[in-house]
Design a protein around this ligand. Structure first.
Ligand code: GLN
Length: 211
């Protein structure tokens, strides 16, 4: 069910997906105003209690601005909006949103943003690596987009080729690519590499309910 940004209640939802887009027109910084919306106050509280939250693109930017995930998103290194199929490597198949993937698996998910360059200080990057909190990494170019080879590994300059991360508990995941646009052969890339996000979270609840 859709949630309204001015509501504080999450109703009966068990998990929240923060979608992509241009919240508040990306003024100031992408996601930096959305984080103050009333609903985000409750999302942050419930996420800290363990509620699964997935931030996709602008949603990931909101999660970093709300400090549910470390680091920040800056403008793409080449200063262009990027829109293409992107190869990713699954690094962590143990989060609430990724149990239906295999670690090491390569998938293809649409990438489309202006501010997708993930940055953090070395200590934070080392912590993310050491704790297995890098969930997806850019794995190279899929198509002849004309970007120079140096950008193929990281299409936007993201440090350590980070495309998505999670919090320490693994219930909050943020990534710049759009898995919801790779769930049906009729849309997006014609692939369904994003579907496991949604089967994973369903499994989390179904198996949890069955337990
Ligand atoms: N596809 C999106 O969600 C775009 C996110 C954000 N507006 C950006 O351009 O970086």
């Amino acid at each position: 069910m859709p949630l309204w940004h001015k509501d504080r209640s999450l109703g009966q939802v068990d998990a929240v997906v923060l979608p992509g887009g241009f919240s508040y027109g990306d003024y100031l910084r992408a996601g930096s105003i959305s984080r103050f919306s009333p609903v985000m106050g409750t999302v942050v509280e419930r996420a800290r209690e363990g509620m699964p939250v997935l931030g996709i693109c602008n949603g990931f930017q909101v999660l970093t601005e709300a400090h549910l995930l470390p680091g920040a998103m800056l403008g793409n290194e080449h200063l262009h909006f990027i829109c293409r199929d992107q190869k990713l490597r699954v690094e962590n198949a143990g989060t609430a949103w990724t149990t239906d993937y295999e670690a090491g698996q390569e998938i293809h998910i649409p990438l489309k943003n202006m501010d997708g360059r993930y940055v953090a200080d070395e200590r934070t990057l080392d912590m993310l690596e050491a704790e297995g909190r890098v969930v997806f990494r850019y794995a190279g170019d899929d198509d002849s987009t004309g970007y120079p080879p140096t950008e193929q590994a990281s299409p936007n300059g993201s440090l350590r080729r980070i495309a998505g991360i999670c919090n320490a508990e693994g219930n909050v995941v943020g990534l710049m690519p759009h898995p919801e646009h790779a769930t049906d052969p009729l849309v997006g890339t014609g692939r369904t590499d994003g579907l496991p996000f949604f089967t994973s979270i369903l499994r989390t609840f179904v198996e949890g309910a069955a337990a």
